[in-house]
Design a binder for this molecule. Structure first.
Ligand SMILES: [Zn+2]
Length: 487
């Protein structure tokens, strides 16, 4: 037993493993390899876009909803002229067209670009608001199937109430004055509602996954946290009310860990109000000191915006808003002073959430043309994520596979997976002293990483840190994976 333990520790410490060459693997071999590969954390995933159309239709039937056969949309009320969702199953051409409409699987659907098909799909997926717990279960099961056990999911709680309060208060001339007015109007009183919504969603998800029963499914083992997303569209005071409520929710409930700003970054309101949105995030988060923000920024190309708009969004998110992670960041090479900005992000440890499949579908950026390799070369931490896998009909493993077409090696993907926890918003000391490089473990855990159970000071570190706990679990999964698949 003792000898086995020593040999096990030696094997874990051995650097002699030959890294697999992902580029020369066939497509099928690479797909199977990356499905089993532990991918650490999924940090950019909108719960509202994570459910495949088949499931939305099944829920619509269960809930007695209807379908608009002209718009090919699920509707939450059955008005005259709409068809009961149950009838769709008896009409295969209609069912198939509905699946096209709820996803991006059919290029040029109804003459729309990938961008327009994607962003309009949300309004056709009508069954979701009541099914958030079911959607959560689906997402967590999907991650567990891919050997991935941490997620930060984007959700929009208390959307109507927070925005209505923002509309009532109005814009008071600057973010500081508006923040005070929103608080005086009772914005933070919505926090218990956010918590109640979260409780209800999780209770439903746990019931669906049969957690705490002998039939518990693997999704129960996924640790999940939430990012409070606010919409860029509409008047700034409404966007601000959402963000400010998000900060209050983060302070009150450990399941809420950060902010996000969503909706098309190229939409007129988003472009016009971009600067004020950055100042609002700075105000409500105290530039990231009070609460962390991961902001979509630079999900743009010249097909969508002017060169001027393309030149500053990421820089402003980093330097004005104090964003700790950047969603997409495709436009980084196009920003004014791109090299200096990339170096700054590398130095500050500001990660970019790369969504290869989403970028290919929405922005028409082929994997070979993605700036991912340059991010890596500049030392900017990168995580890989799905964005909206139910609409793009994809899985996290697919994003990893596509990144190989951009030159990613096994070592790059291993770093991306580790980054998925190291650059999460989980609190606590990390297991690594050098995130994104991973050569220096925390002193207490040196020589132990990869084992199943920590001992001594390492056990104490892990008991005290949510982040280290997830990293520890990931490293054990990685060691098991490499023992089986990496020779
Ligand atoms: Zn996104």
């Amino acid at each position: 037993m003792k000898l086995a333990g020593i040999l096990g520790a030696l094997a874990l410490a051995s650097p002699a493993l030959a890294a697999p060459d992902l580029a020369t693997m066939g497509t099928a071999e690479r797909a199977a390899f990356l499905k089993a590969f532990p991918k650490g954390g999924e940090l950019h995933n909108h719960l509202g876009g994570g459910t495949p159309g088949e499931l939305l239709l099944a829920w619509a039937i269960e809930d007695g909803l209807c379908v608009d056969v002209t718009e090919l949309a699920i509707r939450t009320a059955c008005a005259p002229g709409l068809k009961p969702a149950a009838d769709v199953l008896n009409d295969e051409p209609l069912r198939s067209a509905l699946m096209d409409s709820l996803s991006t699987r059919m290029p040029g659907h109804k003459g729309r670009s990938g961008h327009d098909q994607f962003f309009t799909a949300f309004s056709r997926r009508g069954a979701l608001p009541k099914r958030q717990g079911d959607a959560l279960a689906e997402t967590l099961e999907g991650l567990a199937r891919q050997n991935t056990f941490y997620a930060e999911l984007m959700i929009t709680p208390q959307f109507v109430a927070s925005r209505a309060l923002g509309a009532r208060v109005g814009w008071r001339g600057d973010p500081a004055a508006t923040r005070v007015a929103l608080s005086e109007a009772g914005l933070e009183k919505l926090v218990p509602n956010v918590i109640a919504d979260t409780d209800a969603m999780e209770a439903r998800a746990r019931a669906v996954m049969k957690c705490d029963t002998p039939q518990a499914t693997p999704g129960c083992k996924v640790t999940v946290r939430y990012l409070f997303q606010a919409m860029r569209q509409g008047p700034p005071e409404q966007t601000m009310a959402q963000l400010q409520l998000g900060v209050a929710a983060i302070a009150a409930d450990r399941r809420w860990v950060g902010l996000q700003l969503v909706a098309p970054e190229d939409a007129p309101d988003a472009v016009r109000n971009y600067d004020v949105h950055m100042r609002i995030v700075a105000e409500v988060t105290d530039q990231g000191r009070k609460a962390p923000a991961a902001l979509h920024a630079g999900e743009l190309t010249l097909k969508l915006v002017t060169p001027q708009t393309l030149s500053h969004h990421i820089g402003d998110a980093v330097r004005i808003a104090g964003a700790r992670r950047i969603g997409h960041g495709i436009a980084l090479p196009e920003e004014q002073g791109a090299h200096a900005l990339a170096r700054e992000m590398a130095a500050k440890g500001i990660a970019i959430e790369v969504n290869m499949i989403s970028n290919q579908t929405i922005l028409e950026i082929e994997p070979e043309d993605h700036p991912y390799a340059w991010f890596r070369k500049m030392g900017v931490p990168v995580v890989l994520s799905t964005d909206d896998s139910g609409i793009t009909r994809s899985e996290l493993s697919g994003d990893y596979a596509l990144t190989v077409r951009n030159g990613a090696t096994y070592a790059d993907l291993k770093a991306a997976a580790r980054n998925g926890i190291a650059f999460s918003f989980l609190p606590g000391e990390g297991l690594w002293l050098d995130p994104n490089t991973y050569r220096r473990p925390a002193r207490a855990c040196a020589g132990q990483i990869g084992r199943e159970t920590p001992t001594g000071a390492c056990a104490a570190l892990i008991a005290a840190s949510e982040k280290a706990r997830e990293q520890w679990r990931h490293e054990h999964l990685l060691a098991k994976f490499e023992a089986e698949y990496v020779r």
